[in-house]
Write a protein that binds this ligand. Structure first.
Ligand code: NAP
Length: 246
């Protein structure tokens, strides 16, 4: 149970982030649902959270912009006075083959998927160091371990998250802060809806459990890692991929 805990979920308005926000809410945490542009999706998620008896707020901030990130964490402190859980989930793709990839596509993906994790983690750790406790979960992707055609930018960012998380886990462990990575495989969300039928078929063939994951599959792993049951776990990469990475 996460009663009296305060959580921030970046990109908590849709897809995997929504499932994580709702799951933490059901466990009793107060949840800040961050989003960048789609306010109606964020409000829908908040409504669902409240229907389930949870407490939360929505907050518009681009995780790649330092001032917006600072405002978001100040809001959390003003509203609830503490921060126990950060889930760095916000992410985007701008797929292209390397030879066609524009520097803007590289920058956008690295800024949101990796710099965003750096900025939010830094802001959260500042609060958690004082509390001498906290749980940080960074959402990577198994292609950060395996690579993928057309996703050099995205897999570089997702691999970067792993090195970043392990370094920070070492830096903050003595202050009671755990930092772990969840690396999903193919999960059914808006992000995977855009894949061609051929790509989906190919991906499915490579998954031993024979199905795409659901956002809830990922949320369940996050729920475990932010719980007291995972107090002795830090610096790990937990794959949630139906066996894809075996
Ligand atoms: P999604 O359905 O496209 O949702 C993305 C979320 O991120 C939305 O809430 C979006 O908010 C938010 N977001 C995007 N850019 C942002 C920014 N600059 N600042 C703040 N929020 C931002 O994505 P998803 O499939 O759930 O993926 C969530 C995470 O899981 C990502 O990190 C992704 O890389 C990772 N992942 C996904 C899969 C998969 O198969 N789907 C697999 C492995 C890992 P707005 O709608 O307001 O823009």
């Amino acid at each position: 149970m996460l009663k009296d805990k305060v959580a921030v979920v970046t990109g908590g308005s849709r897809g995997i982030g929504r499932a994580i926000a709702l799951t933490l809410g059901r466990e009793g945490a107060k949840v800040l649902i961050n989003y960048r542009g789609n306010e109606s999706a964020a409000l829908e998620t908040l409504e669902e959270l409240k229907k389930g008896g949870g407490e939360g707020e929505i907050f518009k901030a681009d995780v790649s912009v330092e001032e917006e990130v600072e405002k978001m964490f100040n809001f959390v402190l003003e509203k609830w006075g503490r921060l126990d859980i950060l889930v760095n989930n916000a992410g985007v793709t701008r797929d292209n083959l390397l030879i066609r990839m524009k520097p803007e596509e590289w920058d956008q993906v690295l800024d949101i998927n990796l710099k965003g994790v750096f900025l939010c983690t830094k802001a959260a750790v500042r609060i958690m160091l004082k509390q001498r406790s906290g749980k940080i979960i960074n959402i990577s992707f198994v292609i950060g371990l395996r690579g993928n055609i057309g996703q050099a930018n995205y897999s570089a960012a997702k691999a970067g998250i792993i090195g970043f998380s392990k370094s920070v886990a070492k830096e903050v462990a003595s202050r009671g802060i755990n930092v772990n990575v969840v690396a999903p495989g193919f999960i059914t969300t808006d992000m995977t809806e855009v894949l061609s039928e051929e790509m989906k078929k190919k991906a499915l063939e490579a998954i031993p459990l024979g199905r795409f994951g659901s956002p809830q599959d990922v949320a369940n792993a996050v729920k475990f890692l932010v719980s007291e049951d995972a107090n002795y776990i830090t610096g790990v990469v937990l794959t949630v991929d139906g066996g894809l990475s075996i």
